[in-house]
Structures are given as C-alpha cells and as structure tokens.
Ligand binder design. Structure first.
Ligand code: ATP
Length: 238
C-alpha cells in the first residue's frame, strides 16, 4: 500500500466572513493523480489556495509527514508543493526563460540543467525562449506555467483547471504530458477541473466537490461510468 503524500482533514476556508469550504477530507497517495471535479464556484480554486497557504484555512493539512496547515506560501513551496494557478499566472512581460528562472526561486545553485530538461519536454518553449511569455498561444502558456511550477522540483504539483480556454486536442496533449511526468518522475498530481471527460481519464482517483462539500469519490473509471456524474458533468452523454 502506498503512503499518502498529502492528507487533508476537516479543511475549512473562505473569504472574510464567507466560508466556502465546509470541512473537506481527501488525500493523495505517493505518485497518484487525483482530480477534484466541480462546477463553477464549487470551491476548487479555494481548495488549491488553501493548500498553498495563499488564504487562511483551518483543519489539518499534512504533506510528506509534516504539518503545513499554517505554513506561509513560500514555506509550502519549499516543502515540495508547487501550484499552476488558474489562468496560468505566467509573468507576461518576461521572456519564457526568465519565467522558468523565476519558478526556481527556492532552489539553491544552478538551474541550467532543469531549464534544458523542460525545453526537452516542451520543445516549443525552447524555440520561443527569448520571446515574451505574453506573446505565446494559450497552449504554450499553459506548458510554460507547468514547466515554471516544475522548476521548484516539487513532490506534488497542484494544477488549477489546466484545460481552461484550451481546445480539446491541446488539453488532451497536455494531460498526456502530465501523465508522463508522473510516470517518469514519480511525483503526485492534484488537478482541479470542470472538464470531467478528459480529467477523469487521467485520474487514478477523483473527488466531486459541490458547494464546498465532497459529495462523491471513486476511481476515474467509476466516476466516468456513474449516471449522476454523467448528467452533471458530461451533459448526460456516454
Ligand atoms: P471556477 O471554476 O469558477 O473557478 P471554483 O470551483 O474554482 O470555480 P472558487 O473560485 O473556489 O470556485 O469559488 C468558490 C466561491 O468563493 C464562489 O462562490 C466565489 O464567488 C467565492 N470567491 C472566490 N474568490 C473570492 C474572493 N476573492 N472573495 C470573495 N469570494 C470569493
């Protein structure tokens, strides 16, 4: 049995007086790909922000055997968690290469080998390394956002709606790359998505989030075959 790299219990978080997450329990095993599926406003981004320490939260968050439930964002990154924010969050005025360097701010020593490695994984970024990040296509920016997050050498990568604004074929390719990264590097992935069709194919396990509560869980396959999930997230198709 694998150990849990991330274990979250009773997680509550919100904005000001408004509680958005009402006590979430979930976990991610070593090397596992876990998807949190939810509609607009369900609390997916809030969950990512709570793990990353960008917003206040309560409950327990254990990562790799250490409590990070009250850690600040840079301590969370140093512990080994990196986030690809929704909307990619690339530094649009900086070059592709400077974005990659910015992602390695917690790493001591040379990061040239890391940069070369990500250029191998994403050759389009190598071709455009001196271009402003803002001039890249949506798919290229998403690749850059992932490569930038990987520059801190995380054990767990958080991806907030990687499919947003991308054509299905580009999303499919991106998910294929995320699966390969997990296989090659043994890192774990926690992905939040509205796109059930593609993300559940990628997932080892998934949770369904509705208005700040987890209402269902299962393997990607089980949830893809579930009629309620089909109705709610796949337009009843399938
Ligand atoms: P989406 O797919 O639209 O990003 P989501 O599942 O990621 O949805 P969240 O962004 O986590 O949802 O939002 C959950 C709830 O929190 C929503 O009701 C939203 O209006 C509210 N919310 C999000 N950000 C803030 C904020 N900065 N201040 C106040 N309320 C917020």
């Amino acid at each position: 049995m694998s150990a849990n790299v991330l274990e979250v219990a009773g997680l509550t978080a919100g904005y000001g007086q408004i509680e958005v997450l009402h006590g979430l329990d979930f976990h991610v095993e070593d090397g596992e790909i876990v998807v949190i599926l939810g509609a607009n406003g369900a609390g997916k981004t809030t969950t990512m922000r709570a793990i990353s320490g960008i917003i206040g939260r309560s409950g327990t968050i254990d990562f790799d055997g250490t409590s990070i439930g009250s850690a600040k964002p840079d301590a969370v990154v140093r512990a080994g968690i990196s986030q690809v924010p929704q909307g990619r969050g690339t530094l649009t005025d900086l070059s592709v290469e400077d974005n990659l360097r910015a992602g390695a701010y917690t790493v001591k020593g040379s990061v040239s080998d890391d940069i070369d490695r990500w250029y191998e994984v994403f050759p389009r970024l190598a071709e455009r390394k001196d271009q402003r990040a803002g001039s890249l296509s949506g798919g290229e920016q998403q690749m850059l956002a992932i490569a930038r997050a990987m520059m801190s050498r995380p054990k767990l990568l958080l991806c907030d709606e990687p499919s947003l604004g991308l054509a299905p074929i580009i999303t499919q390719n991106l998910f294929k790359i995320l699966g390969e990264l997990r296989d090659e590097m043994g890192m774990a992935l926690l992905v939040v998505e509205q796109n059930a069709g593609l993300s559940l194919q990628l997932a080892d396990r998934a949770y369904v989030l509705e208005t700040g509560h987890i209402v269902a869980t299962g393997t990607g396959e089980e949830l893809l075959a579930d009629d309620t999930i089909k109705q709610a997230y796949l337009g009843g198709v399938g």
